[in-house]
Design a protein around this ligand. Sequence first.
Ligand code: 9MR
Length: 365
Amino acid sequence: MISRRAALAALAAIPAIGLAETLRPSLTNDGPSLRALAGSRGIAFGAATANFELRQRDFTFALLRDCGIIVPEYELKRDLTEPVQGQIDFSATDALLDFARRHGLLIRGHTLVWYASNPPWLEPAVAAAPDERIFTDYVRAAMRHYAGRMHSWDVVNEAIQPQDGRADALRDSFWLRKFGPSYIDTAFLAARDADPSALLVYNDYGLEEEGAIHDQRRRAVLKLLEGMIARGVPVGALGLQGHLAAFTRKVDQRKLEAFLNEVRATGLRILITEHDVDDGGGPVDFITRDRAVADATRRFLDVALDNRSTMALLTWGLSDRFLKPESMREQLLRGTPRSLPLDAALQTTPMRAAIADALRNARPR
Ligand code: 9MR
């Protein structure tokens, strides 16, 4: 048996490997980083993240390799920033901003006025509010706190929902019920007041799919944006979330292209803000799933990055490591979902290769 002393001596004889080496995810044959590829085309590439993810050093290493921009996945939503009315706390996003500053990354703000992820006190407070200050004060507080430091802001999120049955397809949210359609303009005007140089974004989903409801979504979003521009409301960009599904839904390339051309014609910029691909409904075998996920990304980005108004691409998370399966049965059958550029072990996926190809094919802007 080898003595403890001999074992320690043998260990000591192993050449020291730098910390960075041991933490480095496998990079063999993956080519340039997505950040560099995107940058060479005048596009910012990045991902949503959270403070707890950045405490895992191997993940942080991978993020710093591929990302030039980050966005808080949930730490800048009102349920977390103002759990008690009047006590606003931006410290979680401050920490992300500090991380971004130290590493030379850009950071986006997500999101100010949304129907979801609000503290329980907000909805009754809105119903009882004498005026719009219940959201304009919040918008101003956030925008002033980060004035000059955010790449862009999702001011209003997901205000369209054709299923709610209104002629203008606006979502029947508690904001709309209290203040009427003008709450959207009011939020953008308050945002510009607080930080006149910020790029203000209207962010929504379901704009790339095939099907009648998605035709309605595209029409309604376009009408909303055109109306805002005509009224002098300072919207600067459309945020195209880009949540796709590999097996259950399909990108309509022709309609997406026509829609984005119309958005470009208004003079607005386009940001792909939350791209990921749901691999639900597919087979258990992950090679087939990975291929379908990458195909969906390719079909989407071939069109979305071809539009020269598209200036950023963010995925909704960088690694599958932090995704939760929908149920225990899913977990047992299929393991972790495979939806993002890096898998749970931080190995690159075919989706990352599809993103790299799409960036390579994009014309410089
Ligand atoms: O990914 C986000 C999840 O962690 C949060 O629990 C959830 C509610 O705040 O929001 C998710 O992100 C959503 C985003 O903010 C807006 N578009 C849809 C996203 C995915 O559901």
